[in-house]
Ligand binder design. Structure first.
Ligand code: ADP
Ligand code: FBP
Ligand code: MG
Length: 518
């Protein structure tokens, strides 16, 4: 028999065989006397011919797709897409879009597709762009967005709306939403932005407003959990190849050439890892998740000496957040933060370049020729590539379908290749990181043949502290486990097809027995 439990923060529904739905809020949870309307897509010539165009109300997507015969079915998210009924009349919709945090390829595509999706699919013509991030709600002008205005913007990098860090004032933002009569808010941004979106949603709900708050996750670092990968990530990895190629060409053209390339990745080294795996010219990849050391046996200098002897040149890729502990040791610690409260990092690329030069200067045996390339902002500022453009389009359209269908307090995200609505807290509760005991990092180590920089004791600890597998590409859910490891694994889920029983009861019970799994 299916049962359901929810608390005020999370709508959690339990079903048979360990099925859990982590649902997103809906207007019907707190707004009385709602009117619904037939979805205008029914009479849209492009979509009306599609068999089963509307998503079934019970469709959900499992978080894990690798399952065992007897394992519980586990966490699911609501499937994104158009619903039969909508909760807004087209003429009544007044939407706005805001972009916050650092730049990322694809921002303009998402903006474009929200505007075009609202207009072409739902006949919505009132869309405002909020200028310059969250603070734009209360301190800046707005921009009127129409399909004509946004027609070509996907070909440009950056965001036509401008962005910013800091300046999140929940009260003022919600006042502005209310004063302007806005009833759909599309918020594009990273973990900080989604945290901001979550408190905006809470305040909107507290005031009892029928205003949909929809997030679209943006992060070039790919540090947002649950989703398969973030938009702009592929573009960034592709663009990073140009810098790595340049470093390689420089390094191999001279005697004892060393190319150092710094890539973005404050806490998560995905860009560095994927750029390294893609390139095959990289000899060593250093990321925040994998501590390293310079001197002594098994250290970086020993490896650099060896590679130069073997090949006469080498390329090092380093993520900006790697080795920050070493920098703090050797430089005066600067505990500075940006306007959003993110720790400001010191330039690890420059630091490591100096350290390598000092090492060889001290040895006085060989003259090295080191070139340091920092392409970070060049990578971030380009337009998204073709596949990211399609991805951005689907994310934007999913968000539009969700808001029109009365869902709110959600982030639109791809989970196991399916578009879903994810509750904000699942996006903000932790960061997605490279798991160095996962297969993907092993693939990298084997492709570069670099040292792991881990002692047997470190390795043991890393395995014990084993994080659940990451979601990126094929890195997900594909750990082979031996019997001993199997005991440490979180339970996996069994998916039994579409015929599961689903029942949702209202109620406000906290359920402490629910473990969030990744
Ligand atoms: N905990 C939070 N609560 C409310 N707003 C936040 C929070 N963290 C960040 N923000 C706001 O989100 C915006 C973007 O955050 P930031 O960390 O700079 O970038 P990103 O969203 O890309 O991670 C900023 O305007 C910041 O003020
Ligand atoms: O110079 P800025 O704008 O603070 O951006 C630097 C940071 O932005 C990022 O590219 C992405 O950060 P967010 O997605 O959290 O904005 C980080 O990798 C980097 O540390
Ligand atoms: Mg962030």
């Amino acid at each position: 028999m299916a049962s359901s439990v929810s608390d005020s923060k999370m709508k959690i529904v339990h079903g048979e065989a360990g099925y859990i739905l982590e649902d997103v809020p809906h207007f019907s949870d707190y707004v009385p006397n709602l009117h619904t309307y037939p979805n205008p897509l029914r009479s849209n010539p492009a979509y009306s011919v599609v068999k089963q165009y509307f998503v079934h109300m019970d469709d959900t997507v499992p978080q894990k797709v690798v399952v065992h015969k007897d394992s519980p079915r586990g966490v699911h998210f609501r499937r994104a897409g158009p619903r039969q009924k909508v909760y807004f009349k087209s003429d009544d919709v007044h939407a706005c879009i805001v972009t916050c945090g650092g730049l990322c390829p694809g921002l303009n595509t998402v903006i474009r597709e929200i505007v075009c999706g609202l207009s072409y699919m739902y006949g919505v013509n009132k869309v405002l762009g909020i200028d310059g991030g969250y603070r734009g709600f209360y301190s800046k002008n707005t921009i009127t967005l129409t399909p004509k205005v946004v027609n070509d913007i996907h070909k440009r990098g950056g965001t036509i709306l401008g962005t910013s860090r800091g300046g999140h004032d929940t009260g003022k933002i919600v006042d502005s939403i209310q004063d302007r009569g806005i009833n759909q808010v599309y918020i594009i941004g990273g973990d900080g932005t989604q945290r901001g979106a979550s408190v905006i949603y809470e305040e909107v709900r507290r005031r009892g407003l029928k205003v949909a708050i929809a997030g679209i996750p943006k992060t070039i670092d790919n540090d947002i959990p649950v989703i398969d990968k973030s938009f702009g990530f592929d573009t960034a990895v592709e663009e990073a190849q140009r810098a790595i190629n340049a470093a390689h060409v420089e390094a191999e053209s001279v005697e004892n050439g060393i190319g150092v390339v710094k890539l973005m990745g404050r806490y998560s080294g995905f860009i560095a890892m994927y750029a390294t795996l893609a390139s095959r010219d990289v000899d060593c990849c250093l990321i925040p998740e994998s501590p390293f050391y310079l001197e002594g046996k098994g250290g970086l200098f020993e490896f650099v000496d060896k590679r130069l002897k073997e090949n006469g040149h080498m390329v090092i890729v380093i993520a900006e957040g790697a080795g920050q502990d070493l920098l703090t040791e050797s430089m005066q610690a600067m505990d500075q933060k940006d306007a959003s409260g993110n720790k400001l990092l010191q330039d690890v690329g420059l630091w490591i370049s100096h350290k390598i030069k000092d090492h060889f200067a001290k040895k006085d045996t060989i003259d090295i020729n080191l070139k340091y390339i920092d392409p970070t902002y060049m990578i971030r500022a380009i337009p998204s590539n073709a596949s990211d453009n399609v991805y951005c389009t689907l994310l934007a359209q999913s968000a539009v379908h969700g808001a029109m269908a009365g869902y709110t307090g959600f982030t639109s995200g791809l989970v196991n290749g399916r578009h879903t609505y994810i509750p904000f807290n699942r996006i903000t509760e932790k960061q997605n990181k490279v798991v160095i005991t996962d297969r993907m990092w092993a693939r990298l180590l084997s492709s570069t043949n670099q040292p792991s920089f881990l002692s047997p004791k470190d390795l043991d600890e890393a395995k014990k502290a084993k994080e659940p597998p990451t979601q990126l590409l094929e890195g997900n859910n594909c750990n082979d486990v031996d019997e001993a490891d199997e005991k440490e694994q979180p339970p996996t889920q069994l998916f039994e097809g579409d015929n599961f029983k689903y029942e949702q009861e209202s109620g406000n019970h906290a359920d402490n027995s629910i473990k969030t799994e990744n």
